[in-house]
Design a protein around this ligand. Structure first.
Ligand code: ADP
Length: 220
């Protein structure tokens, strides 16, 4: 069965990263065609992904047979074998695949992919390393730098905010951050507004320039 419809993605390379990505796409209801050169990996994911095929993705003929050119979105999750990654991206671009996401091992690898014309080059190890550094260093419970210099930080509500309306705390002026949402006990996240009054133990989502948001997350 051909699965190249609107909500489908082809994932090439089913190592740790590609597999995790493919499983998450499946969990969110996206059809996934998985491709890997390793028979054991293909066997292991048989019946788990919509379709799994053993093929060498550097061969245009193989990708054509799998109708990979009919997919709107293809992820190249080959990392260690840089030449296989580059050849695969080159073949996909030549076939006219509109949107390619490709994993790069390092800056040099990423630069070549960008020069080829790959629209989305991702650096999972580098990015995760940076992210974890922020978690290890400070009091942030979670951290996402949306773009360089602007971040979203999950933290515990500090004493300065407790028991009064957020609108009366002068928070934006004093700290340069905004509280976007809060979470109490086992309840889900709720959007915060000027009338929100936080209690001890609440978790908050702080949004703002990275250094301001991080400094605010350090407050007790
Ligand atoms: P990770 O670090 O995410 O585990 P790897 O680079 O180790 O990533 O794994 C990449 C996967 O891509 C491996 O399972 C490997 O078999 C597969 N792969 C490598 N080269 C090709 C190729 N030419 N065609 C298809 N699959 C390939």
């Amino acid at each position: 069965r051909r699965i190249a419809e609107a909500d489908s993605v082809a994932v090439i390379g089913l190592g740790r990263f590609g597999r995790s990505l493919a499983l998450e796409l499946m969990a969110k209801g996206t059809d996934v065609l998985g491709i890997d050169a390793d028979e054991e990996i293909v066997q292991a994911l048989n019946g788990v992904l919509t379709q799994v095929v053993r093929a060498d993705s550097t061969k245009e003929e193989a990708l054509r047979q799998l109708a990979v050119d009919e997919f709107d979105r293809v992820v190249v999750a080959i990392g260690d074998d840089i030449s296989a990654s580059i050849l695969t991206c080159s073949v996909l671009l030549g076939m006219g695949v509109p949107v390619i996401w490709a994993k790069a091992l390092d800056d040099r690898h990423g630069l070549i992919l960008e020069q080829l014309g790959v629209q989305h080059v991702i650096y999972p190890e580098k990015d995760m390393g940076k992210r974890v550094a922020h978690l290890v260093r400070g009091a942030a419970l979670d951290y996402i730098e949306v773009d360089p210099g602007y971040a979203l930080v999950k933290a515990s509500a500090p004493a300065v905010l407790l028991g009064k309306r957020l609108g009366d705390t002068g928070l934006r002026h004093a700290y340069g951050v905004t509280i976007a949402a809060f979470k109490r006990d086992d309840q889900g996240w709720t959007n915060a507004d000027a009338d929100t009054v936080l209690a001890a133990g609440d978790k908050i989502l702080v949004v703002g320039p990275t250094s301001s948001a991080e400094n605010f997350a350090q407050l007790r």
